[in-house]
Ligand binder design. Structure first.
Ligand SMILES: [Mn+2]
Length: 277
């Protein structure tokens, strides 16, 4: 039995299937974990969710910003943009089932005893245990009867520094932003929401979150994350493994075999063209 962690799928169902074929994925023997952004911008959101949902207990995921965006569209808080490519999903009779399924997915989970999975990463002031606890605070909201009100308060860039004393909507907004949108940190502990480049092209006052010392992380612990396509997995650190390699942007989709530490990937193929077999 192997545990696989797959990078941002973003509605690229065909790419996902090519990747799973490559590893001979068996839903009976193996398990698949996604780093979030299951859908968004890619051409086959409905096929992607139908498939992942059908895997039952063999699949788990954390939520990414695009997944939360879908929930916000469903809740009437955001409007779908043409670039989201969500039309087939939004028109599907299975939409409600998928929405309820996603509402029960966390922002952070443990893939094994030492491996934390979140969409964007681990805020440098938090331990793994703390991240899991804060993820639960958001899950309570998402699963509760006031979930639409929670999503209505979720958007915004403030506060950008964590304080234990944060409460209510501000506290939840920071947790969501840190776990689903973070890339760079400035002034030691401040989330930056502007820069999306690779670290070598970023302004000097910005530090990738994984290069800010986290005193609460021990040497055995590992963080697997997605979200940052321009990083292309290059953290240069064993402890932090980026698996978003920008399939949706014409690059590749990546999967980590957590049991063996092997990386597998498939190159982008235009889905309008026939797929080689
Ligand atoms: Mn993302």
């Amino acid at each position: 039995m192997a545990i696989y962690i797959v990078g941002d799928i973003q509605g690229c169902y065909t790419g996902l299937q090519r990747l799973l074929e490559k590893i001979d994925f068996s839903p009976i023997n193996d398990s698949l974990i996604a780093v979030g952004d299951l859908i968004g911008r890619g051409p086959q959101p409905l096929e992607t969710l139908n498939y992942l949902h059908s895997l039952g207990d063999s699949f788990d995921t954390v939520l990414g910003n695009h997944d939360l965006h879908l929930l916000a569209i469903y809740a009437g808080i955001r409007k779908a943009k043409p670039n989201d490519k969500l039309d087939t999903l939004l028109a599907s009779p299975t939409l409600k089932t998928h929405i309820n399924w996603l509402r029960h997915k966390p922002l952070a989970l443990m893939a094994n005893q030492d491996t934390l999975v979140t969409h964007a990463g681990l805020y440098p002031k938090w331990s793994v245990k703390k991240a899991l606890k804060l993820s639960l605070e958001v899950s309570e909201q998402l699963q509760g009867s006031h979930w639409k009100a929670f999503l209505g308060n979720m958007y915004g860039n403030q506060p950008c520094v964590w304080q234990k004393s944060l409460q209510g909507a501000e506290r939840l907004r920071f947790i969501v932003n840190a776990m689903t949108r973070m890339r760079f940190i400035k002034n030691r502990d401040e989330l930056d929401f502007n820069c999306k480049t690779s670290p070598d092209q970023a302004p000097v006052n910005l530090t990738p979150w994984f290069n800010v010392t986290n005193k609460k992380l021990n040497g055995n612990q590992k963080v697997v994350f997605g979200h940052w396509a321009s990083l292309n997995g290059r953290t240069l650190l064993q402890q932090f493994c980026g698996v978003d390699t920008g399939y949706i942007w014409g690059q590749s989709m990546t999967l980590l075999n957590l049991s063996s530490d092997e990386i597998f990937s498939v190159e982008y193929q235009d889905q309008s063209k026939p797929v080689d077999t």
